[in-house]
Design a protein around this ligand. Sequence first.
Ligand code: WTA
Length: 651
Amino acid sequence: MNAPEIYPVPPGFAARAHVDAAAYERLYRSSIDDPDAFWRGQAAFIDWLQPFTQVSDTRFDPDDLRIRWFADGTLNASVNCVDRHLPAKAAQPAILWEGDRAGESRTVSWGELADRVNRLANVLKGLGVGKGDVVTIYLPVIPEVFVAMMACVRIGAVHSVVFSGFSSESLENRIADAGAKVLITADEGLRGGRVVPLKHNADRAVATQPSIRHVVVVRRTGAEVPFSPGRDLWYDEAVAAAEPWCEPVEVGAEDPLFILYTSGSTGKPKGLVHTTGGYLVHAGTSWRIIFDWHEGDVFWCTADVGWVTAHTYKIYGPLLNGATSVLFEGVPTWPDSSRWWSIIERHRVSIFYTAPTALRALMREGEGPVAKHDLSSLRVLGSVGEPINPEAWRWYHAVIGGGRCPIVDTYWQTETGAVLLVPIPGAIPNKPGMAAKPYFGIRPAVVDAQGQVLDGPGEGNMCFAGSWPGQARTILHDHERFVRTYFAPYPGYFFTGDGVRRDGDGYYRISGRVDDVINVSGHRLGTVELESAISSHPAVAESAVVGYPHEVKGHGVFAYVTLKEGFAESDELRREIVAWVRERIGPIASPDIVQWAPALPKNRAGKILRRILTKVAANDFQDFGDTSTVAEPGVVDDIVHRRRQELAGSN
Ligand code: WTA
């Protein structure tokens, strides 16, 4: 075996870091020995209205699950994220926004942010939104997303942000599940020079949703869009007419802060519910530590606002700390592949957080687009969303970071709310591709298929013992599914759905999903959800979806499709099926490969044998293991034969 590649903490970095190696060891130990004392200290970061008396009340028992943190404390999230920075920073930039079109930019100061938040909160109140009501936000990456989220939490309402790349059908399902009262959207979005018809999608989604009483529309492009007087109102007009002060509503630490949907291994997306106190403590303190943020840093997280990465480490983390951050509406490759690097240069970004899939795409363009720009302001780099392959890691480190910046590979999930594994940059030497070590108060466990917890190095399922404040409390309307998915598989532990390997130094490397979820470009897609979209096409009898290794996306979507009698296989039909899925879920879910399969391999109980389909999709035609369970053995040979033919044809 090759000697493990280790990149020490860069010289000089530890001396000014919040946490160095000795502090990590000491703090980690004490956070495990006495988690309540540790989190009590961290909770001092938040301005509480009523202080809490009990830190935690938690039990990972599937028969009696309890996750409560700081439960009798009260607070308001927008006061912590916005108001408390005003005395020192009212005129300083909170958000440095860059539009999709190069040259279009805006700076939003803390004072301006506070003004808009208060006014929009009053608008929402006037529309009948109160504590506990859900507001769905379907916006492009513009400062109004921050305003909308903060306006909700100012009045104790719960935000549900839906990725603006999702279709009207996906939006509709999320509105229906949450019973949202108000939808906040825009006339149109812009991404990579293309127009996204947001209001049009929103109108289609709302048409069937009586719970939505009003639609607030931000003018982004100024295009003419349909407008329903009485139901719809323009954001700019409503905000201008509203009172500039809105009294913040006091909420309990365990009151919900937001809902965020993510795909699961079965059926419909799950609405994970995050609560206020614990989430804000974990998000705010961990953001500062893992990115080693100091006053004067400029932070940029490239994630879209529709994902948890943005919720915790682009919006709540920086806002809670009063940090200046860059917000970019567009894509890294438009108008050309130097767009990101030009933004880093222009704003002197010092902390940059992105996803491996984007790095792999940009790596293909070579060093030319990077070399044109001065990236010397960068100090810390971050990665999230999927395992980063060592090749991309080295490119990121050498070409983007100039060999000087530590890389914080942050492992966590929508469900976990904030980071669980991470090489804290002043403390933990990097090993490419490894999310390294547990964050404070986090107890990882590698559990084998039999439920045995491994000691020392080894491979297994990624689980965690004991609760942490940022974790989701439930799935909206489906607590039973929450317990069954995360706490029942290995009683006493939270199960992530990921596989992991721990090396001899106690470093963790996540290997990817072990459930029926595919991680495509860092986005989670449930195979069952994809299959039901495909199978609803009139020509399709049945389908099976698996992931396959993809050079840029990490995994691609591979769909095996069985057609109904009377429908002929054709390239046109393939394209139609791909378009059908885009329409139903969104472009991120487009199948990369559609393979016709006259029949699917199943066991005698009728269960599709995905193990075999996954191997074939990866062009691995050997060793299918025990195929005696396949009800009709000829089916496997046929699928292999067809795949080989496709490959031969494409060469
Ligand atoms: C994967 C994103 C390896 C993992 C914060 C997880 C990662 C899922 C990493 C959660 C990482 C995320 N290394 N794998 N650093 N970060 N993942 O809910 O499979 O969008 O379960 O949260 O992404 O995706 P989610």
